[in-house]
Structures are given as C-alpha cells and as structure tokens.
Design a protein around this ligand. Structure first.
Ligand code: ATP
Ligand code: MG
Length: 208
C-alpha cells in the first residue's frame, strides 16, 4: 500500500500543484514508484504539466493521471510506493475527503496574515472533523525574506501545527521551470534548486 500524501488548501494558487510536482519528481528520483493524481478536473494543471514533461523527454518520467475523487485515486494506491493527491481549491467537502484518504496532509501557504489566517482555520476545521493533528503539516511558499519566513513559521507553530523545514521563495524562475515541464527542484539556478530541495526532502523524510 502506497504512502498517500495530499496537498490541500481552500485558497487557490498557493502552491499545491507546484509542491505536488516537486515531491513527485524527488520521490521518483529517489527510486520510488509514484503516481501523481490530479484531483482538479476543471483545471487539470498537473495533467498538462505531465504532458509537457513527457513531450520534452524529461527524466525521471512521472505518471500523472486525473481522478474525479480521492476514492478513485486510492483505488490504484496499492500499485505504487507513493500516491500524491493534488487537490482542488475552494471545496471544503472534497478537501475533507482528500484529507481522510491521506497519511500526510500538506497545506502550502503564503506568509501574509491574509494567507495564514484562513490556512489555520482550514486545519482547525480538519481537526474538528476528526483528522489527527499529527497528519497535518504546513509548507511555506512565496517567501520574500528570512524574517518573513521566521514570522510565518512562528505564527503557524503557535497555532499548534508542524511546519516543514525550508520554504519556497517567490521567483519567476520557478514558474519558468514549470512552464517547461520541470519541477521547481529542476530549475537551472542551483541555489533555487537547493532551497526547494530542502523543503521537499523534509517531506520525503516524513513518509520514510
Ligand atoms: N514560489 C513561487 N515562485 C513563483 N511562482 C510560484 C511559486 N509558487 C507557485 N508559483 C506559481 O503560482 C501559480 C499557482 O501555483 P500552483 O498552481 O502551484 O497553485 P495551486 O495551489 O495548485 O493553485 P490552484 O488552487 O489553482 O490549484 C503557478 O503559476 C505557479 O507556477
Ligand atoms: Mg493546483
């Protein structure tokens, strides 16, 4: 049975697909068999990315597939070491179903209070619905400075949640990489690769 890792948020555009892809890439590069499940049928952003990646011939190859529900994705879980659920935004019902299916639930968030407050509310709602707190972890994205990262981390930890080590800084190079079918851990800028890798390796350590 695969380790199931879900990326969720109520807010759109926080980095669910970005981190799903990077995690899929690094897990695959580490020799694990991976399925990246795109649960956003309307947008299909990870599906599109998977197609671009395949066309560009980028290794390791990553198997991306669309599923209508978390349950449908779970049905193929036993064929893989890792099943990654790239969740849709703005659907609390689907988010809960996805969280229930997952061994680890990752919520990316930006560092502003406008981002942090709803993000914490979202995890509180999952805990209230019966998801164990130990399964929930935040990932910091779109960070500008070290001070901003530290403040956001402190806010989330004070709210009682774990936060992955490292963060993604806000950089056009990360968008550019993904336009080419690469993960953010594959950008041609070594320093940005290394920074993204810290975050993703911390995640991989958690499913060990
Ligand atoms: N750290 C970053 N620096 C620059 N661009 C970023 C960063 N993180 C994400 N992006 C870009 O922001 C956009 C939204 O990111 P992404 O698609 O990962 O979010 P999402 O949470 O999956 O969105 P949705 O809710 O629509 O599914 C994408 O174009 C992505 O390339
Ligand atoms: Mg997405």
């Amino acid at each position: 049975m695969a380790a199931v890792v879900a990326f969720v948020s109520q807010k759109g555009g926080v980095g669910k697909s970005t981190l799903s892809r990077a995690f899929a890439r690094e897990a695959a590069a580490g020799g694990l068999s991976v399925k990246l499940a795109d649960l956003d049928l309307q947008q299909g952003t990870s599906l599109d990315w998977g197609r671009v990646r395949l066309q560009a011939g980028i290794e390791p190859r990553i198997s991306v597939e669309a599923f209508a529900t978390a349950a449908q994705a779970l049905a193929v879980a036993d064929r893989f070491d890792v099943l990654i659920l790239d969740g849709p935004a703005r659907t609390s019902e689907a988010t809960l179903a996805i969280a229930r299916a997952a061994d680890l639930v990752v919520q990316p968030t930006g560092p502003s209070l406008d981002d942090l407050k709803p993000a914490v509310r979202e995890f509180h709602a999952l805990v209230k619905a019966g998801i164990p707190k130990e399964r929930l972890v935040f990932a910091l994205n779109r960070i500008g400075t070290d001070a901003e990262e530290a403040d956001a981390r402190a806010y989330l930890e004070q709210a009682g949640y774990a936060v992955l080590a490292g963060c993604l800084v806000e950089r056009p190079a990360y968008r550019h990489a993904q336009n080419l079918g690469q993960a953010v851990t594959e950008t041609r800028y070594a320093r940005l690769r290394e920074r993204a890798d810290v975050l993703i390796q911390n995640l991989i350590d958690r499913i060990g």
